[in-house]
Write a protein that binds this ligand. Structure first.
Ligand code: URA
Length: 285
């Protein structure tokens, strides 16, 4: 039985049925080995998996990086170009420390979202978190409270994180994540972020990542994926691979709000999280 009782309870809390692997003979060949997961909170020291050897004799990374932010590896037709006009704030923001960055976000008037917001939503978590989660934009509750992912989608996110031993609450850098959004202000009526808004807000997210220096990034939903990777293909085509953001591995997955609408996709999100844990373990130590 691969799951502890605690894990089973957590997975069931997320609405995931416990799955037992079929006999090996019935299993289809997997494109990528599914990592076996032990929650980070209870994990034993991880032994590095024996690397495969490439034709050239080089040890192959256990999770080869398949796409990099620069230059974008996507076919031209599918790639989202990086914002064409660099934000006027970009230069200054790239040199800010945490207090200056917080202040800049709180006072930002670079786009029209500042007119309708109640609060900016900077992000929450450990300033040197080893895990960073990137979502889309604040919704109504987040706008009210000034914290990301505090509504229904946030509860699902918290349950998913808890299932692998992670939390947004006070903990050490290995267990307390940092959660940020592509946009720091709520789009009216929760509409999709607009390209201009994403472009104006991008420097804030890039600076947050540079300050946190996570070991793994989890991009949730298409806007986070666009912002980090410049990729616009369907998530189903991008998930299950290790992408690259300036040297930091990125795992892409579905947005928790989408999972609430499509609960049958939760199993895939769980697989993505397991892949992220596996990649993280390789980077530990
Ligand atoms: N969805 C997001 O992407 N971010 C939030 O903060 C809340 C909901």
């Amino acid at each position: 039985m691969p799951w502890t009782e605690r894990q089973q309870a957590l997975l069931q809390g997320m609405g995931l049925r416990i799955w037992s692997p079929p006999p090996a003979a019935l299993r289809p060949a997997a494109p990528q080995a599914a990592p076996a997961i032990v929650p980070l909170a209870v994990q034993a020291p991880v032994e590095a998996p024996t690397p495969a050897v490439t034709q050239g004799g080089e040890p192959a990374p256990a999770h080869p990086v398949v796409s990099a932010r620069t230059p974008p590896a996507a076919p031209a037709a599918a790639a989202v170009p990086p914002p064409s006009a660099p934000s006027p704030q970009a230069a200054g923001v790239a040199a800010m420390d945490w207090p200056a960055l917080r202040e800049a976000v709180a006072g930002c008037q670079a786009c029209a979202l500042c007119e309708s917001r109640r609060n900016t939503v900077f992000g929450v978590g450990h300033p040197s978190a080893e895990w960073m989660i990137v979502g889309e934009a604040p919704g109504e509750q987040e706008d009210k409270q000034g914290e990301p992912f505090v509504g229904a989608a946030g509860q699902l996110l918290d349950a998913m994180l808890q299932a692998v031993g992670l939390t947004r609450s006070e903990a050490d850098a290995a267990h307390q994540v940092f959660i940020a959004n592509t946009l720091k202000c709520r789009p009216p009526r929760n509409r999709n972020p607009q390209p201009e808004e994403l472009a104006q807000c991008a420097p804030f997210l890039h600076r947050q990542i540079a300050l946190v220096r996570p070991k793994v990034l989890l991009a949730m939903g298409r806007f986070a994926i666009q912002q980090l990777l410049g990729r616009d293909e369907p998530i189903g085509r991008l998930r299950g691979q290790v992408h690259d953001y300036h040297g930091t591995p990125v795992i892409v997955t579905y947005h928790p709000a989408y999972l609430l609408r499509q609960p049958t996709e939760k199993a895939k999100a769980w697989e993505d999280l397991c892949l992220a844990v596996s990649v993280y373990r390789q980077r530990q130590g």
